[in-house]
Write a protein that binds this ligand. Structure first.
Ligand SMILES: O=C(O)CCC(=O)C(=O)O
Ligand SMILES: [Fe+2]
Length: 456
C-alpha cells in the first residue's frame, strides 16, 4: 500500500515559530501568534462562510480520521510517456486529437521550480506575499500571506484537522509584483506551447495559469474546465489523486445534487467514488491517476475531473487552446463570451486565416463543432448556486454547473468571469485578485497608494 501521510516539516515549523519571535520577548511571540491566528480565521470565515469555526463545522465529517488518503486498491492505468520519447507531433496525434489523457514524465526536470518549489524556499522568498486561498460569497479573492498559510497547514488545530483544508489556487501569481518571479521558474512545455487564446489580448483573455498548493485532503471538486479548454498540470512536489470521466458522461450521474459533493474533492471521493465501483454503475467508470512529483497530467477538454491532494502538493497548471482543439473552444467561447470572441476572431483572422475560415463555416452552418446547435446552448441545468457554464453572468467561482451531457461548466476555482457586485470593473484578471479593501477605495474614489505615487 502506498501511503502519503503529510511529512511534518520541522525546518518550516521552526521558521514559522521564529518568524513570530522576532525579538524573543514573550509578548511579541504572543502578539504575533494572535495576529496570525486572526488572519487565518478571517480567511476561513471569508472562504467558507457557511462553516462555523467555533462550532467545529470544519471537522464535522471527521475526514482527518478516515482513510480517504489511502490509495490501496486504486489502479492507475494511464500511460506514462517520457518527454524525450514524445515529440510534439506525436503528442497531438496520439493524445490531443483523440482527446485522451496522458501523464508525461521528465518535463519539469530542468525547471528551477523542481529544485526551489518547496516549503522552505518559498517561505523565504514569498513568505510575506498574499496568495489566493478561496473566494468569498461575492466572488472576491480571499488572500493569505504564505507564512500564515504554511502556519495554517502545520497547525494541528487547522489543516491537519480540517475536513477539506484551504487550498492556494492563485490565478494572478504571474501578474502580481510580489509573486511574478515564480513565472520564470518553469517553462511551458513544448507540447502545450500553442496558445491561441493569447490572440484575445492579455487584458481580455480569461485567466489561464494558476499556482496550486495545498495539504492532504485539499483539492478540486469534480468539474469540466472552462470553455472546453485543455489543461496541463505539472506536479513539483507531493502526490495528487485524480478521477476522470470522458466527455458525454451525464452530470446527474457523476455529480448528483447532494450537499458538499460539488465543492469538496474529499466529499466526492468519500461518497461518490465507491458508487462508481458498484456493479450497477450506469456509465463509464473513472480513470484513476496517482500523480507523483515530476509528472505532468494532460487533461483534454470536456473531461470531468476531480483532484484530491494526498500530502502537501505544489503544482502549476495552465489552460490553453491549440489548433486541434480550436473548433470546440471557439464554439463555447462564441456562446459564453460573445464580446471577447468577436475580438478574438478579428485577431485570429490576421494571424490564422485558416482557423478564421473554419469559424466562419461553423457560424454559417449555425452549428457548433460539437454538433450542438447554438440556439440550444442555454439549456444547461445549473445548480442553485451557479449559472450557465460559460455565461458571462456566472458569479460564484466555487460552484459547478453543467449540461446533462457533460457540457462545459464553471470549475471550482478556474473561474472565468466573477461578477463584481456592481459591475464597476472590467478586467477579469485584475478583478480576480482585487481585495474588498482596494475595491472600496476604487469605489469611493480614494486612490490606492500605488496610484497616489503615480499621481504625485
Ligand atoms: O490540481 C488540482 O487541484 C486540479 C486542478 C484542476 O483541475 C484545474 O486546475 O482545473
Ligand atoms: Fe480542472
Amino acid at each position: 500500500m502506498r501511503s502519503f501521510e503529510p511529512l511534518a516539516s520541522t525546518l518550516v515549523a521552526k521558521q514559522i515559530k521564529k518568524a513570530g519571535a522576532a525579538t524573543d520577548s514573550d509578548d511579541t511571540v504572543t502578539t504575533s501568534f494572535r495576529r496570525r491566528e486572526r488572519k487565518i480565521r478571517a480567511a476561513k470565515r471569508a472562504a467558507r462562510g457557511e462553516l462555523s469555526i467555533t462550532k467545529g463545522d470544519w471537522r464535522k465529517h471527521g475526514f482527518a480520521k478516515s482513510n480517504v488518503l489511502s490509495t490501496e486498491g486504486i489502479v492507475d492505468s494511464v500511460e506514462r510517456v517520457h518527454c524525450s520519447e514524445l515529440s510534439v507531433e506525436d503528442f497531438v496525434e496520439r493524445f490531443e486529437r483523440p482527446r485522451l489523457p496522458v501523464v508525461i514524465t521528465g518535463l519539469c526536470d530542468t525547471w528551477r521550480a523542481a529544485k526551489d518549489w518547496n516549503e522552505e524556499t518559498l517561505l523565504q522568498r514569498y513568505g510575506d506575499h498574499k496568495f489566493k486561498v478561496g473566494s468569498d460569497d461575492d466572488g472576491y479573492a480571499v488572500r493569505l500571506k504564505l507564512k500564515h498559510y504554511l502556519a495554517y497547514v502545520h497547525d494541528r488545530e487547522h489543516a491537519p484537522a480540517d475536513d477539506s483544508p484551504l487550498y492556494i489556487f492563485d490565478g494572478t501569481f504571474a501578474d502580481r509584483r510580489g509573486s511574478r518571479g515564480l513565472r520564470r521558474e518553469y517553462e511551458v512545455p513544448p507540447h502545450f506551447r500553442e496558445d491561441l487564446m493569447r490572440l484575445a489580448g492579455d487584458k481580455r483573455r480569461p485567466p489561464y495559469r494558476w499556482l496550486v498548493m495545498g495539504p492532504g485532503r485539499s483539492g478540486s471538486g469534480l468539474h469540466i474546465d472552462p470553455l472546453a479548454t485543455s489543461a496541463w498540470n505539472a506536479l513539483v512536489q507531493g502526490h495528487k489523486r485524480w478521477a476522470l470521466f470522458p466527455p458525454g458522461t451525464p452530470r446527474h450521474v457523476v455529480l448528483p445534487r447532494e450537499k458538499g459533493l460539488e465543492r469538496e474533492a474529499v466529499s466526492w471521493f468519500t461518497r461518490m467514488y465507491p458508487r462508481t465501483q458498484a456493479p450497477d454503475w450506469p456509465t463509464a467508470r473513472p480513470i484513476d491517476i496517482i500523480q507523483g512529483p515530476g509528472e505532468t497530467v494532460y487533461v483534454p477538454g470536456g473531461w470531468w475531473h476531480t483532484v484530491l491532494n494526498l500530502d502537501l502538493t505544489i503544482a502549476v497548471t495552465h489552460n490553453y487552446c491549440s489548433t486541434s482543439t480550436f473548433p470546440a473552444i471557439w464554439a463555447h467561447t462564441r456562446r459564453g463570451r460573445p464580446k471577447m470572441s468577436a475580438r478574438w476572431l478579428a485577431q485570429i483572422r490576421k494571424e490564422r486565416p485558416d482557423l478564421a475560415a473554419l469559424a466562419d463555416e461553423l457560424a454559417q452552418r449555425g452549428e457548433d463543432e460539437d454538433g450542438t446547435s447554438s440556439s440550444s446552448s442555454s439549456s444547461s441545468s445549473s445548480s442553485s448556486s451557479s449559472s450557465s457554464s460559460d455565461s458571462s453572468s456566472s458569479r460564484s467561482g466555487d460552484a459547478t454547473s453543467a449540461d446533462e451531457d457533460g457540457e462545459v461548466n464553471q470549475p471550482p476555482r478556474k473561474q472565468l468571469k466573477p461578477n463584481p457586485p456592481d459591475g464597476v470593473l472590467s478586467n477579469t484578471d485584475r478583478r480576480e485578485g482585487m481585495s474588498r479593501r482596494v475595491l472600496r477605495r476604487f469605489r469611493t474614489g480614494a486612490p490606492s497608494w500605488r496610484l497616489r505615487m503615480k499621481l504625485a
